[in-house]
Design a protein around this ligand. Structure first.
Ligand code: AMP
Ligand code: ZN
Length: 114
């Protein structure tokens, strides 16, 4: 746990969030400023700042995507699919520096870019 990290605190239950999934490694919750019909955030309980840092822990990456697959298989996102987005650094607009994966869907999405 990193000191004063919002998503470490959410994953530990110290700050409230609308939890949708939890296992030993991964925590999933509803994004507070939803950008789509369904907009979730999935985080690993082990703190890293971004995907470059997380790439040093391949097992954590595998656990992350296993968690996402486990969750999405059991809900309406499995029907028509969903998008996984992670923002790294200022050009991508990263605002929380605990690696997180946006899960977006529940409706047909436009193409992304600028
Ligand atoms: P990013 O801009 O990729 O760093 O994404 C950070 C995301 O965290 C944004 O989509 C915010 O809406 C979301 N967010 C910030 N604070 C909270 C919170 N307390 N609970 C849920 N989502 C949050
Ligand atoms: Zn953290």
């Amino acid at each position: 746990m990193a000191a004063n990290c919002l998503f470490c605190k959410i994953a530990k239950g110290e700050i409230a969030a609308q939890k949708v999934f939890e296992n030993e490694h991964v925590f999933g919750f509803v994004d507070i400023h939803s950008q789509a019909k369904i907009h979730l955030l999935f985080v690993h309980k082990k703190h890293t700042a971004n995907i470059n840092e997380m790439s040093g822990d391949p097992e954590a990456i595998a656990q992350m995507f296993r968690g996402i697959a486990e969750y999405t298989k059991g809900c309406e996102l499995s029907k028509n699919g969903y998008r996984v987005v992670t923002n790294q650094g200022p050009d991508a607009g990263q605002t929380v520096f605990h690696t997180h994966f946006h899960i977006v869907g529940g409706e047909a999405l436009g193409h992304f870019g600028r």
